[in-house]
Design a protein around this ligand. Structure first.
Ligand code: ADP
Ligand code: MG
Length: 361
């Protein structure tokens, strides 16, 4: 593929500043800010209705924001027509032209751009080979499996060599196994082409697997932007902590000294970092960071309780522990690693001070 100024790795390729989009009474975007680096795969992760598709539409030009700017490669494209933006897009309902062959579907964007026929044939062949469909050119979409159709949609978005690729929940209609396979394929293809990509999903596991960075979205704004490990281990607020991964999130207030927090039950937990005295926080402890032991009264960084439920999940055991303090904790332990506890047994749930993360409530 061509070298282009947009693909200098690490530079900001796309930026959104204060983007607002209103539909009738719904404010779908409320001042969204986002910077996408050249060559990265950035995932926008958020619940249904959080504004993900609207954000992509503002980038692609299918919606014009009421306020804010969209810049691509340093150029303001906020109001530029979609066909002049150099952006390839794959939608959830991939909408191939049903009466056109695979070859014709993939070549469509090139015909619209009046590329000479011989060149179209070469480019279509090359891109079909890239997605592993070189033998399927003469078929109609309905003669393909769901995964193959999605590869055609991908080929169609990539064939004109766009500077930016947008994928809106592209694997939503596929079963789990195929979805996981396509995730890896898209990731490999994206890295091989070095194409700057925004991938939209509501599936946090998918986001953790596929992304260089994740932008977590809620109610029309980006709440946090960071690497997968970052957003998992250091969420900035309660929403992000809750949305990504399983969490134990305990409501608490930071003490006057700032080095501990008091739970609603009155128990005090030490904090690994000093927080603002009096701040209302959620204390996050991930289930896999908790350890279960036989009862050991008076032990630091631990709560006593009783096992209320044990679920076997293949490689882990998931415990629900009812604490004597009143709340419950979720605990995940690797399967086959003692000690193992049964429902009704008394336990001590322990953690290490570093595994407590205070987030904005
Ligand atoms: P997501 O893709 O995260 O599910 P959307 O961007 O599709 O979210 O929608 C964000 C909000 O805007 C939702 O409340 C949705 O109902 C509303 N919305 C989206 N498109 C339209 C539209 N064309 N007209 C009116 N409301 C819309
Ligand atoms: Mg959507």
């Amino acid at each position: 593929m061509d070298a282009r100024p947009l693909s200098t790795p690490g530079r900001v390729a796309l930026s959104l500043v204060g983007v607002v989009k209103q539909y009738d009474r719904v404010q779908a975007l409320r001042g969204a800010d986002l910077e996408v680096r050249s060559g990265e795969l950035l995932t926008i992760l958020g619940p249904s209705g959080s504004g993900k598709t609207t954000l992509l539409k503002c980038v692609a030009g299918f919606e014009i924001p009421e306020a804010g700017t969209v810049e691509l490669g340093g150029r303001d494209i906020t109001e530029l027509a979609p066909n002049r933006r150099d952006i390839g897009m794959v939608f959830q309902n991939y909408a191939l032209f049903p009466h056109m062959s695979v070859t014709a579907n993939v070549g469509f964007a090139l015909r619209v751009r009046r590329v000479p026929r011989t060149q179209i044939r070469q480019r279509v062949q090359a891109i079909l080979a890239l997605v592993g469909l070189e033998e399927m050119g003469d078929r109609l979409p309905r003669q393909l499996s769901g995964g193959q159709q999605q590869r055609v949609a991908l080929a169609r978005a990539l064939v004109f060599n766009p500077g930016l690729l947008l994928l809106d929940e592209p694997f939503g209609a596929l079963d789990r196994k195929l979805r996981e396979q396509m995730q890896l394929e898209v990731r490999r293809l994206q890295q091989r082409l070095g194409i700057t990509t925004i991938f939209v999903t509501h599936d946090q596991e998918e986001a953790l697997v596929i992304s260089d960075r994740i932008a977590v979205m809620d109610l029309g704004v980006i709440e946090q932007l960071g690497g997968p490990r970052d957003v998992y281990a250091r969420p900035v607020n309660r929403f992000v902590a809750d949305f990504i991964g399983e969490s134990n999130l305990l409501h608490a207030r930071v003490t006057v000294a700032g080095d501990a927090a008091v739970l609603d039950s009155g128990a005090t937990i030490a904090l690994p970092e000093i927080r603002k005295p009096g701040e209302e926080v959620g204390l996050l402890i991930r289930p896999e960071r908790l350890e279960l032991r036989p009862p050991a009264p008076g032990e630091d960084a631990s709560f006593a309780g009783e096992v209320a439920e044990v679920v076997y999940l293949g490689n882990t055991l998931k415990y629900t522990v009812r604490l004597d303090l009143g709340s419950t904790l979720l605990v995940r332990r690797p399967f086959g690693q003692p000690p193992v506890f049964d429902v009704g047994q008394r336990v001590q749930a322990r953690w290490s001070a570093d595994d407590v993360h205070a987030v904005r409530w």
